[in-house]
Write a protein that binds this ligand. Structure first.
Ligand SMILES: NC(=O)C1=CN([C@@H]2O[C@H](COP(=O)(O)OP(=O)(O)OC[C@H]3O[C@@H](n4cnc5c(N)ncnc54)[C@H](OP(=O)(O)O)[C@@H]3O)[C@@H](O)[C@H]2O)C=CC1
Ligand SMILES: CC(=O)N[C@@H](CCC(=O)OP(=O)(O)O)C(=O)O
Length: 346
């Protein structure tokens, strides 16, 4: 049994972590922080957890967190980097759900997040928490930077094509649509029911902060000498609570490959990636509240285009579920421990 702490327990990813961890056989949630809700019982704020967790929110305290085996940060960007040196120094293993340690080039991070990075010296030791690529490094990592939600759906869809240099990497396109919980729990007019429901829009078409993260991951997957991956990424807001649907496009440079077999073989041993039978279209509701990514691959009209469809739950495989998957890998637990929920349907 390990003791874990969660910094930032009142947001959507915080409560999603709790939903998963209260059923984890090897984890005790020992500390959960909120400055605004200090002293409030978790089950009073989130009655869904009544009977599952007898713990109150406390203000973040380094000594209390350092007494844990692992600490999750489910906080806005900028928070984890400020507390990280004192936890790392004291030997705690940290899983950061925010963007603080995802991007290796500090200048790129500072440009997209419009702030100075508080501890650039720890960035090189952060392991990017996409188990389908970095499982071996995650096993021994002290600091894991969990991928963003759009980057998870997009990278899993493009990886088999880029790893095998089968497409023109200089012209990749991702149209991805997210449910409103992707924007977090803070009340914003843009996310009111009356604003989101019964409508559909693109946003951040001129540039979204997940673009450099996705390109970094895609480039790392390419074989030496391949044309550098460049992506046009357009996020959209869907009138639903959870889920991401990414539609990915690329031009094939090698048409001789059996795309269905390629994808099936790439993910054959992955517990949380499901390649659907040829011709199937994945739906977000088939992954809702589960840690699965479901993919399908098409070569429409036998053209030179490949289209990949990729769905995840932004709060589970896109955030807290993937964070628990990383915890399991780091501590040598069964990778699926606490994560075997079947999607909620309808
Ligand atoms: N929503 C999603 O689908 C996804 C979110 N993420 C990322 O996960 C992180 C958490 O997102 P989300 O769950 O939406 O929650 P929020 O970003 O709304 O963060 C909420 C939590 O952080 C705490 N917090 C805020 N500021 C500070 C601070 N300065 N020091 C300590 N604690 C602080 C808040 O508690 P209090 O202020 O009371 O202390 C609250 O519990 C973000 O970085 C987000 O980008 C990643 C993937 C997907
Ligand atoms: C719908 C919506 O607003 N989505 C958010 C996703 C951000 C997110 O979750 O950011 P990280 O994964 O980097 O933490 C957005 O586009 O800003």
């Amino acid at each position: 049994m390990i003791r874990v702490g969660i910094v930032g327990g009142t947001g959507y990813t915080g409560v999603e972590l709790l939903r998963l961890l209260v059923n984890h056989p090897q984890v005790e949630v020992a500390v959960i922080t909120s400055r605004a809700e200090e002293g409030v019982a978790v089950a009073d704020l989130y009655p869904s957890l009544r009977g599952h967790l007898d713990l109150a929110f406390s203000v973040p305290d380094v000594d209390a967190l350092a007494a844990c085996d692992a600490v999750f940060f489910a906080t806005p960007h900028g928070v984890a980097q400020a507390m990280m040196p004192s936890l790392i120094e004291r030997g705690v293993r940290v899983i950061d759900l925010s963007a603080d340690f995802r991007i290796q080039d500090i200048a790129v991070w500072e440009k997209w997040y419009a702030q100075a990075h508080a501890c650039p010296e720890l960035v090189p030791q952060a392991v990017y928490g996409l188990p389908e690529v970095y499982r071996e490094q995650i096993k021994t990592a002290q600091l894991v930077a969990c991928p963003g939600c759009y980057p998870t759906a997009t990278q899993l869809g493009f990886l088999p094509l880029l790893e095998n240099n089968l497409v023109d990497a200089s012209d990749l396109i991702a149209n991805a649509a997210s449910g409103a919980s992707g924007a977090g729990r803070q009340a914003k007019v843009d996310n009111l029911l009356t604003e989101v429901s019964d409508s559909f829009k693109a946003y951040a078409c001129g540039g979204h902060r997940h673009l450099p993260e996705i390109e970094q991951g895609l480039r790392a997957a390419q074989p030496a000498g391949a044309t550098e991956a460049k992506l046009t990424f357009v996020p959209h807001l869907l009138p639903m609570i959870r889920g991401i649907h990414a539609t990915l496009y690329a031009n094939l440079t090698d048409k001789s490959v059996d795309l269905q077999a390629l994808f099936e073989e790439r993910y054959a041993n992955e517990p949380f990636v499901d390649v659907l039978p040829a011709g199937s279209h994945p739906q977000t509701r088939t992954v809702k509240s589960s840690n699965m990514c479901r993919l399908s691959v098409f070569n429409p009209q036998d053209s030179d285009k490949v289209v990949v469809l990729s769905v995840i739950d932004n709060l589970t495989k896109g955030a807290s579920g993937q964070a628990v998957q990383n915890l399991n890998i780091m501590f040598g637990f069964e990778e699926t421990a606490g994560l075997d929920q079947v999607a909620l349907l309808p």
